[in-house]
Design a binder for this molecule. Structure first.
Ligand SMILES: [Zn+2]
Length: 340
């Protein structure tokens, strides 16, 4: 990775696709010329067209000289990715099957193209793109943990993305029964993966909303009910975190519980990978200080000894800042510093 290098990073999500030109300048990465658009989930052709539409927009903003300096295009893609073939095998809520993203981009733009799972790509960007605010050794071990619609992690260790056999390493949201360590009843909650007691089943954004609705319907959270105008169906993770930030005791209790669950996922990452840094992102974490404070408190509660490194999570746990563009940066990092 050298100063002056340019790459295009693309972030393909469930509903939106974003692209940006990433430039390395003074040993830091800068995202310029952003473009955003909707994704067409109905057909493979529509999927490719939605991705090329945003890349076209970014490239359209470049003069010929800068365009010639673009080293390639890296795509961070939600779902199950074959990084060797450069295809998206499948993704939740999409009709795409074996979407040949890298081939299509190489043919259309005449530059190299790479595809990785979005969480893995973000972890790669965090480990390889220089950042003045995070001083890391060469080849750091970084775990990027996402708590949003689902819970998962991307891990980089020794200069490599930890993928496993089919690319599903780091699925910390689906360790059966683990939620029971925080709340015995949670250990029996069924999960989409078929197991019970996974953290994703009790601590994803939708699960937090569902836990709040259950409490309201049992008449145990009057402040929350008031906050949604008396309609429990309007309660979701966002209404809970807003009510907690406003001091509602029941919402604060739900957020504290959420913090303990997320802390458990962090502790698993800490124990499994011994990282220099854990970076936490996703919609639930983006809700702000009330959630972040609950997570730090949850981690401290798990570390039994005062001296344990796990306890001082403010030293090694980093919260993804809003608008950090980790998907776009991670996509570009695939090109600027290609992973094995
Ligand atoms: Zn599960």
């Amino acid at each position: 990775m050298r100063d002056g290098d340019l790459a295009i990073g693309v972030d393909v999500g469930g509903t939106k696709v974003a692209a940006g030109l990433v430039a390395l300048r003074d040993e830091r990465a800068e995202v310029m010329l952003r473009a955003r658009g909707p994704v067409d989930p109905a057909t493979n052709a529509g999927g490719i067209a939605s991705i090329t539409a945003v890349i076209d927009e970014v490239l359209g903003g470049l003069d010929a000289g800068r365009r010639a300096r673009v080293k390639g295009i890296g795509v961070a893609c939600a779902g199950n990715v074959d990084h060797v073939a450069g295809t998206l095998r499948r993704a939740a809520n999409m009709a795409w099957v074996d979407l040949g993203i890298a081939d299509a981009l190489r043919k259309r733009y005449g530059v190299g193209a790479r595809v990785e799972n979005d969480v893995n790509a973000a972890a790669w960007g965090l480990a390889t793109i220089p950042r003045p605010d995070a001083i890391l050794p060469t080849n750091p071990t970084v775990a990027y943990l996402v708590v949003g619609t689902g819970i998962g992690a991307g891990v980089v260790d020794g200069g490599r993305i930890l993928r496993g056999r089919v690319g599903s390493a780091g699925e910390l949201g689906h360790l059966p029964g683990i939620a029971g360590a925080i709340d015995p009843a949670a250990g029996d909650v069924p999960c989409v993966c078929g197991a019970r007691g996974c953290l994703e089943a009790v601590a994803s954004g939708p699960a937090l909303g569902a836990a709040a609705r259950t409490r309201v319907e049992a008449g145990r959270a009057p402040g929350l009910l008031l906050a949604v105008g008396g309609d429990p169906s309007r309660i979701d993770a966002t209404t809970v975190t807003i009510a907690a930030a406003n001091g509602d005791p029941d919402a604060l209790d739900l957020v504290a519980r959420e913090g303990r669950f997320v802390a458990l996922a962090i502790a698993v990452a800490f124990r499994a990978y011994d990282p220099h840094r854990v970076v936490l992102g996703g919609g639930v974490v983006a809700a702000g200080d009330v959630v972040v404070d609950a997570i730090h408190a949850g981690v401290a509660a798990l570390a039994v000894r005062e001296s344990h490194r796990l306890r001082d999570s403010r030293d090694w746990l980093e919260i993804e800042p809003p608008g950090a563009d980790l998907g776009v940066l991670g996509g570009a990092a695939l090109v600027l510093s290609p992973p094995a």
